[in-house]
Design a protein around this ligand. Structure first.
Ligand code: CTP
Ligand code: MG
Length: 395
């Protein structure tokens, strides 16, 4: 019986290895399937993002020789990950990945195929939960069709039905597969190299270890043939995102709002140019495509962004939206401050935001309000901004 326990509120610590060093021969084409687009992003990016967001640390991505630059561009903006060169077989690639892990040998590791882009967090949770009680765990699904063992007719050489197989005892096996690092390393070392292992659980079981079965998910289907890349789920026509940001006002800082520099004794402090309005718009776009926030893409701790023009952030978010199949439709921004007066600068602000977002000016609204001298904005300690952005699908 597959285990299907409720997910714990918080996932235990775990590492992950994504194998993405295959050639994708069955899909065909010049570019291996893990670098092809699927639902607006490369196949590889989907599960890498899910595992990174679920807290995989370290996250190792195993890629073919010569594919580093391609991979870095596919994974741009995904926190920390290590790239490792894979081998000629899936198993060789897995071994390269687990050898590169230097975290606690008794720690949990999930091994996942890049070819399975749609990874539900509930499956990760079930696997890690099962590992608390079992040495290994894999997601499985029942077989719904009747099954038969294929045989050959000796006289004609034709394929014929052989003995019946009992589907009740059969399961379809998916990834991620979950183990403790030292156990799975040992199991791969002990495996007979003449036999090609199609997954890690069979290697693990051959080493005498128990593998628990948890409920898999149809969404985890492996992209194998060209038609699997043709996703029939249409993109929604519109997506909406909202963003909110606050920066502190300080004497002597420059004051930038909507990419326009305002004359003022006080300006906003922050790591970049602290343009609170552009930050809110950037976050709204990232929110609409569900791709993290401004801190994920431009970490404040990264010296690269010190003093950066926030216009770059907005342009980059628009690029990410394009890659996801969308373009901005309209932007509605509210700046919340007691001073300066926004009205006189509104035309310049709308024009600059429109230029950065690639929109006509009439699709950009810049509004302002005070908070009636109440709160931090009322006391002039800071400026807040909130934005709502509609994206429209642009296949
Ligand atoms: N894989 C790998 N290294 C290999 C072979 C496969 O890292 N030498 C990875 C693939 O990139 C994929 C996963 O293992 O994410 C499952 O393999 P499969 O679906 O068979 O992918 P490919 O081997 O690339 O495809 P094909 O068999 O059609 O050539
Ligand atoms: Mg293969």
């Amino acid at each position: 019986m597959a285990e299907n326990t409720a997910p714990p509120a918080e996932l235990p610590a775990f590492a992950a290895v994504i194998v993405a060093a295959g050639k994708g021969l069955r899909v065909g084409g010049d570019v291996p399937k893990q670098y092809r687009q699927w639902r607006g992003r490369t196949l590889l990016r989907h599960s890498a993002q899910t595992l990174a967001d679920a807290g995989a640390d370290p996250l190792v991505v195993v890629v073919a020789e010569g594919m580093r630059a391609e991979t870095e561009s596919a994974l741009e903006g995904i926190g920390r990950y290590n790239l490792v060169t894979g081998g000629a077989t899936r198993q060789a690639s897995v071994c390269a990945g687990i050898d590169a892990l230097d975290h606690d040998p008794s720690g949990f590791v999930l091994i996942h195929d890049a070819a399975r882009p749609d990874l539900p967090v509930a499956v990760i949770s079930r696997l890690l939960n099962a590992l608390e009680r079992h040495p290994g765990a894999i997601p499985v699904l029942p077989v719904v069709d009747s099954v038969a063992i294929a045989g050959t007719d000796l006289a004609s050489g034709a394929d014929v039905m052989g003995d019946r197989a009992d589907r009740e005892t059969l399961r379809r096996v998916q990834t991620p597969q979950a183990f403790r690092l030292s156990d799975i390393r040992e199991a791969h070392r002990a495996w007979n190299a003449d036999i090609e292992a199609s997954d890690d659980a069979q290697v693990f079981r051959a080493a005498g270890k128990t593998v628990a079965l948890v409920d898999g998910d149809e969404r985890l289907k492996k992209v194998t043939f060209a038609e699997d890349l043709m996703d029939n789920t249409p993109l929604p026509a519109f997506r909406i995102g909202q963003g909110f940001d606050v920066h502190r006002l300080e004497r002597g800082e420059e004051l930038w709002l909507c990419g326009v520099r305002l004359d003022s004794d006080f300006g906003l402090s922050g790591h970049s140019d602290a343009d609170v309005a552009l930050h809110a718009i950037t976050d709204a776009i990232l929110g609409a495509i569900g791709d993290g926030d401004i801190g994920t893409h431009f970490p404040p701790g990264d010296a690269k962004w010190a003093g950066a023009r926030s216009g770059q952030f907005l342009e980059h978010a628009v690029e990410l939206a394009r890659a996801a199949g969308y373009r901005p439709g309209n932007i509605d921004l509210t700046i919340i401050c007691e001073a300066p007066k926004i009205g006189p600068h509104r035309p310049a602000m709308r024009e600059e935001v429109a230029r950065l977002a690639g929109l006509p000016v009439d699709a950009v609204s810049v509004k302002a309000t005070t908070t009636e001298k109440l709160g931090f904005t009322g006391r002039g300690e800071g400026i807040a901004a909130q934005a709502i952005v509609a994206l429209q699908s642009a296949p």
